[in-house]
Design a protein around this ligand. Structure first.
Ligand SMILES: C[S@@+](CC[C@H](N)C(=O)[O-])C[C@H]1O[C@@H](n2cnc3c(N)ncnc32)[C@H](O)[C@@H]1O
Length: 359
């Protein structure tokens, strides 16, 4: 175990070797291996004994090895597992339940400079100059968000690219995407050693042709925001605004009724309830009219609604756990609204309500 004084205090982390302090962790010869000291600092700062650490692009397994040695629970997986204690899974679909992890450490490819496996899903096959690179990384971030507990920490190691005279600020771009869901804590500079380009020949070329060799990686530190009553109020308000605009376009208005645990939205024109919203602890649950297969649902949010839940006539349900899901969720509710208006049926029996408000 490291002593407390071994924790890094500044935003520059410079470890003399990959295995310093943890000789058994990972494999120093693995291309793109994480310094064990980096993993130890993250685990010690952001988790307690017994808490879950996830390493979804595990490579040679450094992060899991360090976390286990420090008494944490670990789930390590990779598209191309190199050891039997590392599962095979895609980092865009984590084999874990929601809100279970205290820390996720992601050491991802940062462009197509290293192909890690023949698997076509390897993210090391996509250039960081391609917009798809960030779209796929956003899917990884979305899984991290789902699996981390509220207040949990995301640590993401990434590097910029300079290739053939073109500089791509991958770190800043990725941070822009991550900030949609997570609160930034800080940005650490991880000093790079022993890169193939750290040779007199490359140093000569860098001076001769006026460019710079990569001297560091970024370690982006972010937090999944704590869930508060305000979070659900903000989500419901954002959904209300977007659905209100869709109704306004049809010269319609939405009438809101609120019970103790639910909010129902009804089209005034069609006199039909088309959505029920339930703000719960840590999530907002929504019930809507169309079946999942009848929805345009690019984010894959909708599930079949059990008859026993909702008010019986809703066919789909979905949940939001962050503001970042408001846009796809609002699109589903608008489809339910359109469905309700098309199938106007003179309204359903109304439940007793405490509040009634036109949006
Ligand atoms: C930079 S390496 C990780 C290094 C690791 N932290 C270590 O210490 O050895 C990136 C890893 O991401 C994995 N990877 C690439 N695409 C993936 C995907 N879609 N899902 C899961 N792992 C993926 C690669 O197989 C590779 O092992």
């Amino acid at each position: 175990m490291l002593g407390r004084t071994d924790l890094e205090a500044s935003t520059t982390w410079d470890f003399p070797s990959q295995s310093a302090g943890h000789p058994e962790a990972g494999d120093a010869s693995f291309n793109g291996v994480t310094p064990a000291g980096c993993a130890a600092n993250l685990v010690r700062r952001y988790t307690g004994p017994g808490e879950l650490v996830v390493d979804p692009m595990a490579g040679s397994g450094t992060i899991g090895d360090v976390a286990r040695a420090l008494g944490r629970r670990v789930v390590s997986f990779d598209l191309a597992p190199r050891r039997s204690d590392i599962f095979r899974a895609d980092a865009r679909s984590w084999p874990l339940s929601a809100q279970t992890a205290a820390l996720a450490v992601i050491d991802s490819p940062y462009s197509d400079n290293v192909v890690y496996s023949p698997d076509s899903r390897c993210l090391g096959r996509i250039s960081c100059r391609d917009a798809r690179f960030y779209e796929e990384m956003e899917k990884v971030a979305s899984e991290a968000y789902r699996v981390l507990r509220f207040g949990g920490i995301l640590a993401w190691i990434i590097a910029d690219e300079y290739r053939a005279g073109v500089s791509t600020p991958v770190g800043f771009r990725l941070l822009g995407f991550l900030e949609k869901r997570f609160e930034p804590i800080d940005t650490i500079v991880l000093v790079r050693h022993h890169d193939r380009s750290a040779s007199p020949m490359w140093e000569h070329r860098a001076r001769r042709f006026n460019f710079f060799l990569r001297g560091f990686k970024f370690l982006l530190l972010l937090r999944k925001p704590e869930w508060t009553g305000r979070t659900s109020r903000e989500i419901v308000a954002a959904l209300r605004e977007r659905v209100g605009i869709a109704a306004h376009r049809r010269q319609d208005r939405i009438v809101e009724r609120a019970g103790r645990h639910w909010i129902a939205w009804r089209s005034r024109q069609a006199d039909r309830v088309f959505a029920e919203i339930r703000p719960l602890r840590g999530r907002v649950q929504v019930f809507i009219l169309p079946r999942p297969r009848d929805l345009m649902d690019s984010a894959g949010l909708a599930r079949r609604a059990p008859r026993s839940q909702g008010w019986g006539w809703f066919r789909s349900r979905f949940e939001l756990t962050s503001m970042a899901q408001v846009e796809p969720a609002a699109r589903l509710i608008v489809q339910s609204y359109e469905h309700g208006v098309r199938k106007r049926n003179g309204g359903r029996a109304r439940s007793p309500a405490r509040n009634k408000q036109s949006l």
